[in-house]
Design a protein around this ligand. Structure first.
Ligand SMILES: [Zn+2]
Length: 60
């Protein structure tokens, strides 16, 4: 199945597209949306250190 990458609401903000980072823990329900890559990484690292859970950071 093919999916178009073009979104209808794109370009409404003068071409400025914000990047979001989705922090998700696979071992509990911790989940967070960050706009800063470093913040997202730090959050994932901290949770991993504290709990030993498996946390991933995905780009949206
Ligand atoms: Zn967790």
């Amino acid at each position: 199945m093919t999916r178009s990458r073009t979104r209808p609401d794109e370009g409404s903000n003068g071409g400025v597209i914000e990047q979001y980072y989705h922090v998700v823990c696979h071992d509990c329900r911790v989940e967070s949306l960050e706009v800063n890559a470093e913040d997202a990484r730090e959050m994932a690292d901290r949770h991993d250190e504290k709990t030993g859970h498996s946390v991933t950071v995905g780009r949206l």
